[in-house]
Design a protein around this ligand. Structure first.
Ligand code: G4P
Length: 526
């Protein structure tokens, strides 16, 4: 127990993730409504990048600019302090989302009932699985016709590789949607389409009682009874400990747009979702309730003003209490720093705060002191782990287009990479620099920012690569041998780690076969 225990235990820091259009923004907004953080629907600016704007990335950056304020939305609900971390909807910024997931203690996944599990959800869930993040699933848009709920649960289990346990169950769908039976609270929630108001619910412990027919059609009542019987037979009892280990995901059904099933989700969430969890540092495990402050930078958001290269570094507080104007150690620099205007994000406002606790996210104005993964502490030498880079999906050589500005270009590349815009690999054979991204858009962003913020001009040259794999081996001779044999394809990443650039899936498979002593990793953390 520490003096901050009470504050820390009431915190719930999480992210909502989904494939674009499943309803993440709508759900976020409804959660804020319950928290009293906003009063009317439609107040949350979508961080989603409109499809029409994909060719105009300046527009996208503008929209991302808007999203700084909504990057973290905090509110109080029922004695809890809720921190929702927003994640960019556009898949070209998936890397941002991956990093955000390192700063949360749990996740809510939104799935569109008609579309089921989609690509982006699958990818994000992989990250959650790697980190054993507890997950709750919200099946959205029940007011529309969708897949059979049992089929959908099977699909979730199969595609997301996680066991599920429904805690609410829909009564029909689409036009005939009548509501859900809340298995968790044993209540019947009847549906009335409404975008602003919260629906009433009825205590209903025994669905076998004939009273059920006074609320819903006889066929619907019969179906509900047999469905619930099947659920109780097929799915294990819900067990919070299993959920907290990331082994089972409770599932809720509802309609975010109609504000239906959202309160039930939130009420269950605050009960079962974890308060800040211990965080692994290279040196030791750090407990949130320790008295001393520690935290790490998981995101850096560049200022939109090109003449003024200042950023906001987002810090996840891992332990203790952060205080404005106190001295904290920037571990990588080994020097003490003071922050006079840390900001917190209450609902949609950004304001200077005097203190914040483990679980909270604060923004520190920065002019290039931080890079992603940096640790701040009260003085201890700590390095937090777990900010993995994933193998990019697109690669290009970056070349200098203005020989007079080589220095600016190198500085620009270095800083943009520290900010986590993309990944840099230096080919050890020819010394050329390769930028790896998850989407085409990032190349445009880099080129534009190099020019406008650093006065440097770059040009892209094609390179055909399939994946970048971080390699290691317990056998030093085998490692040397591999590096010699694949010399043309060997690179180092920003941290100097060995990376093998495989130019096709086949070549990679052969390499894995031919060099059994070499371990190939698709993320930089292993
Ligand atoms: P995202 O952040 O996951 O990308 O999704 P968002 O909340 O923006 O929702 C995508 C679309 O789905 C929106 O419609 C939204 O109104 C709709 N939607 C969200 N929840 C529900 C629901 O429960 N039922 C139904 N029927 N629709 C839902 P849009 O037409 O793209 O945008 P808008 O013009 O309505 O804002």
């Amino acid at each position: 127990m520490s003096q901050y225990s009470e504050e820390i235990e009431r915190r719930r820091t999480f992210a909502i993730i989904s494939h674009p259009d499943a309803g993440k923004t709508t759900l976020t907004e409804k959660l804020l409504l319950f928290g009293g953080a906003i009063h009317v629907a439609g107040a949350v600016k979508s961080n989603k990048i409109k499809k029409t704007a994909t060719s105009d990335w300046m527009e996208i950056e503008k929209q991302r600019g808007i999203s700084v304020a909504t990057s973290v939305m905090a509110f109080d609900y029922s004695g809890h302090k809720i921190n929702i971390l927003d994640t960019p909807g556009h898949q070209d910024f998936a890397e941002d989302t991956f990093r955000t997931l390192t700063a949360v203690d749990s996740v809510i996944i939104v799935i569109d009932t008609a579309k089921g599990v989609e690509a982006q959800t699958r990818k994000l869930m992989e990250v959650c699985r790697m980190r054993k993040t507890p997950v709750i699933v919200f099946v959205n848009k029940m007011d529309r016709d969708g897949k059979d709920p049992f089929d959908l649960l099977d699909e979730i289990e199969e595609e997301l590789h996680i066991n599920v346990r429904p805690l609410s169950w829909p009564i029909d769908m689409g036009q005939r949607f009548r509501g859900v039976y809340n298995i968790y609270e044993q209540k019947l929630n009847l549906y009335t389409p409404s975008k602003q108001y919260v629906t009433e619910n009825v205590e209903f412990k025994d669905i076998n009682s004939p009273e059920l027919e006074t609320y819903i059609e006889p066929e619907q009542a019969e179906k509900l009874r047999s469905d619930i019987e099947l659920i109780e037979g097929v799915y294990p009892e819900f067990d919070v400990a299993t959920y907290l280990k990331g082994d089972i995901a409770p599932v809720f059904f509802g309609s975010a747009l109609n504000n239906f099933g959202v309160k039930e989700l939130l009420d269950c969430f605050i009960n079962i979702a974890p308060s800040p969890r211990p965080v692994q540092a290279v040196e030791r495990m750090v407990d949130p309730e320790e008295d001393n402050f520690s935290g790490f930078i998981f995101k850096i958001h560049a200022n939109m003003d090109p003449n003024h290269r200042s950023c906001i570094a987002f810090v996840k507080i891992c332990s203790g209490r952060f205080e404005r104007n106190a001295n904290y150690k920037h571990v990588r620099f080994g020097k003490m720093m003071r922050f006079s205007s840390p900001t917190a994000f209450m609902a949609q406002k950004k304001e200077v705060v005097d203190e914040a606790f483990a679980g909270d996210i604060i923004g520190l104005p920065d002019t290039g002191n931080f890079k992603i993964g940096d640790t701040l502490t009260s003085g201890e030498e700590l390095h937090f782990k777990g900010l993995p880079s994933f193998s990019p999906e697109m690669f290009k050589y970056i070349e200098n287009a203005d020989p007079m500005k080589a220095k600016q270009l190198n500085k620009g590349i270095e800083q943009l990479m520290d900010e986590g815009v993309a990944q840099l690999f230096t080919n050890q054979f020819n010394g050329r620099k390769i930028i790896g991204t998850v989407g085409q858009l990032q190349f445009e962003v880099i080129q534009y920012r190099l020019l406008h913020e650093y006065g440097a001009q770059c040009k892209w040259e094609p390179i055909s690569l399939y994946k970048a794999c971080w390699i290691e081996s317990d056998n030093a001779t085998a490692l040397e041998n591999f590096k010699r044999r694949k010399a043309q394809y060997m690179a180092i990443d920003k941290e100097g780690r060995d990376v093998y650039l495989a130019d096709s899936g086949y070549v990679l498979m052969m390499a894995q076969q031919d060099f059994p002593d070499i371990k190939f990793h698709f993320t930089s953390e292993f």
